[in-house]
Design a protein around this ligand. Structure first.
Ligand code: IMP
Length: 197
């Protein structure tokens, strides 16, 4: 399929769930995706306070090291009743052991008996080129938090997020079902449009 993406892109992420979703999105496009692990990319500290800032930080850092086009994703779950938390701290809520059972329980405990269960998944993609050109695109999906967790697919907070219009969680919907609503896919399509301009 014709597209305006560079022919080779380093994906600046060590998150297996994200990497798998990007591989599906790029499938059939003439783009070679090189994993962060393959080029031994270290993970920079996420010091910015927005998804945009952290996505750019990760993509710039990867581009400085590899001198290749680099794509980074900064994403997370923003819960209405928690004023947008965990937000950019979504990965950090799971701690060093990436314990998402604990992080999902914390989301549910913190919401408590608040009747507003609304939340959004947000993904911001940053593509940074060796010549300094930068593209940033955002995707979001609305839904509700449910607890206890349900479903075995996906990663992170997928088992407690029910996208609007569905009764199953992302983790129950699985690959195809999630992709229809996915914040990451929406950001990817927005990025594709930016590149087409
Ligand atoms: P970061 O972008 O590396 O800071 O990590 C984002 C974190 O947000 C992930 O580790 C997940 O915990 C969560 N997250 C982002 N996107 C998704 C998703 O599609 N499903 C479930 N959890 C997600």
């Amino acid at each position: 399929m014709n597209n305006n993406f560079p022919k080779k892109i380093v994906l600046a992420s060590h998150n297996k769930g994200k990497v798998a979703e990007f591989q599906d999105m790029f499938a059939g496009m003439d783009v070679k995706i090189i994993g962060a692990d393959a080029v031994g990319l270290p993970e920079p500290e996420e010091t910015e306070d927005t998804f945009e800032g952290n996505a750019l930080l990760k993509a710039r850092h990867a581009c400085e090291i590899t001198a290749m086009p680099c794509l980074a994703d900064d994403s997370g779950l923003a819960v209405n009743a928690l004023d947008g938390a965990p937000g950019i701290y979504s990965a950090r809520w799971a701690g060093p052991n990436k314990d998402f059972a604990m992080a999902m329980k914390k989301v549910s405990d913190d919401i408590g008996d608040n009747s507003d269960k609304g939340a959004q998944f947000v993904a911001v993609l940053a593509l940074v080129m060796p010549d300094g050109t930068e593209y940033v695109a955002r995707g979001e999906v609305d839904g509700d938090i449910t607890y206890p967790p349900r479903g075995a697919h996906g990663f992170g907070y997928d088992p407690i997020f029910v996208p609007s219009g569905e009764s199953q969680t992302f983790a129950e919907l699985g690959k195809g079902g999630k992709e229809k609503h996915s914040h990451r896919k929406r950001a990817f399509l927005a990025l594709k449009q930016l590149l087409a301009k």
